[in-house]
Design a protein around this ligand. Sequence first.
Ligand SMILES: [Zn+2]
Length: 298
Amino acid sequence: MGSKIIPYIDREVIEWRWWSDNKLISFQLFASCFLIDGLLVDASAPGSETDLRKWVTTLRGKNIINSCYLTHFHEDHAGGAPMLKKEFDIPIYASTLTVPYLKKGYKYRFYRKTYWGRHGQKQIEVEPTEGPIITKSGNYSFELFPMPGHSPDLTALVDKKNQIAFVGDAIMYKYGYTFGGSSADLYEDISQIYNSQKSLYKITEGMDNLKIFVAHVGMVNRNFIAEKMKEIEDLHTKAHKIQKELIDIGYRRQSKIVKEIIRKIWRKGELLQFKILSMGEISRANLVATLLKWPLDS
Ligand SMILES: [Zn+2]
């Protein structure tokens, strides 16, 4: 296991990163949570519990956590929340849509165990809120914005006055894969992801100093949203264009079309271990299927 503390904006925001050192992992991924004025946004993974406890006990003054908000129910965001509530009496908040996912807790597949801990997501009673979330000193007030797509319950926190946003997994570093296929609890819809980014971009118009904190990425500016939207638009256009060409030369079967699109867009074998390790739960085929389901002229 490893963990790292990353301060931003003169230590106003602190990111706590945690990662597993499981030998089976060839592509490193970390879980992030962010602390601002006593508010912890997300709570890392179940496997981080021991390290998270250690970090929380070192916090002093304004950094002592007095509330926690979960951007969505995924285990790499909600994993440490049951321990924080039980041992530190920290109230855990989330959108009403997140609550039912965590009421029961859930188990997950082998590859997610290697990344996020083998015990699964423990159940926790989360308090639903529609915001705003006001931090300890009263200096920050976060409005909550639904950003479905990566998960149905995903919610972003935006403080317009201070130009700070926490968006969880609403924006990814690079779009090449989506969750879906065989998994019921994980399904990503690329058109929803795009539309959510578009509304975030709109909501934050004129905020030239906006600092956006993205899980698995770090701090980015508003331009990053525009870049990601462009990336998705390009994939969308490409997938449909290739599909049309294939149909024109006689391709009929959808699975063959998807395979061919993948071959034409991406380098062979690029990050193939994701697909293999996840047994199809994360794959390019999922992404292409959701790109094709999304009409070009919408
Ligand atoms: Zn997620």
